[in-house]
Design a binder for this molecule. Sequence first.
Ligand code: NAD
Length: 380
Amino acid sequence: MLKKTKDQGAEETRQAFRFADELGPAKIIHIYEPTTALKAVVVVDNVAAGPSIGGVRMAPDATTEECFRLARAMTLKNAAAGLPHGGGKSVILADSKMPPSEKNKLIRAFACSIRDLVDYIPGPDMGTDERAMGIVKDEIGRAVGLPPEIGGIPLDEIGATGFGVSVAAEVAEDFCDLALKGARIAIQGFGSVGRHAARFLGEKGAVVVAVSDSRGSLADPDGLDIAALTALKQDGRSVTEHTQGTQADGDALIDADCDIWIPAARPDVITMQNVSRLRAKLVIQGANIPVTAEAENYLHEQGVLSIPDFIANAGGVICGAVEYRGGTQTTAMQAIEEKIRSNTRSVLQSSRESGLAPRQAAEDLALTRVRAAMALRRWS
Ligand code: NAD
């Protein structure tokens, strides 16, 4: 084994604390379990409001830095949503497409390794699902996003996040001179967030005039048939296979003639290269970080209201927090409605009064809540 010099050791220690700031992270744990060759990283960022909740991502190339950034995003999201939870995240360094029996073993090994890490409650994320959370729960007694057979609320099926997006849209009516009834909507991504946002907004009187998925886009100024498009997607097909409307490539969705534009697919889809093409008055961020920071500032300067992701798409984590306390689907939807309504209003009101962009106002709201929670702790 190579011997490290004293200087190398000191540098490594400094590196280990490179993320430290006024909020956290409280713990960064590197896990190695030799029998299964499990390699994982857990970051518990800030637990002032309560035990951290955050997803378990399975990806071969995830880094400690990425895990920290995702955990910090959860601290802000959970605080902004007014949940009694801090932020955490974990990554298992492995290919999620491995055979199910191997994957189950790895998940079980991961669960055993975090048994005593009681200030972290795992949930599903990219590469893991409700079945994986069922295994974690079986092993250590704590996880959210569970299968319904063991008390889980099927948040993607009921459209928890899409419902929250539609509530944020209702609040925005008062802040951008827009009536939801008759508003024309374009939605990028027609998965669990996009299609449910379409359904709930349709129920509130809006008209979905353009949608897209990974294979292309579809537009009809008279309104698309959401139920028919949903049925197509549930069949494993694309929205572009629908007989109604005009088809185009996915990029064309940015030019859609609409009042509200909802990204519900990938990160960084609106950038300085394409932001000037958007024709909407209101952008509601259903996806995570769909708009770059520069493009978000540009929208603010142009008077386009853009509701940040961690305010508009918090429906899923609110649902998880309700599930953790044994709540039902009905109580989860009530909590989403109440929290997203009041948080969106606070953020937009504060943005209007201060002139700050909604993201800045949202971060200020979340940070104020985290600091207030920290002030109540023994070491404040
Ligand atoms: P999903 O996998 O169910 O659906 C994604 C949809 O996006 C699919 O229709 C897919 O075809 C489409 N898509 C993929 N690439 C595209 C592209 N380049 N252009 C247009 N469409 C494309 O995923 P989801 O659960 O709906 O999540 C969507 C986004 O919302 C992700 O960023 C996710 O992190 C975020 N999010 C999801 C939830 C939730 O509760 N599911 C909560 C918060 C945030």
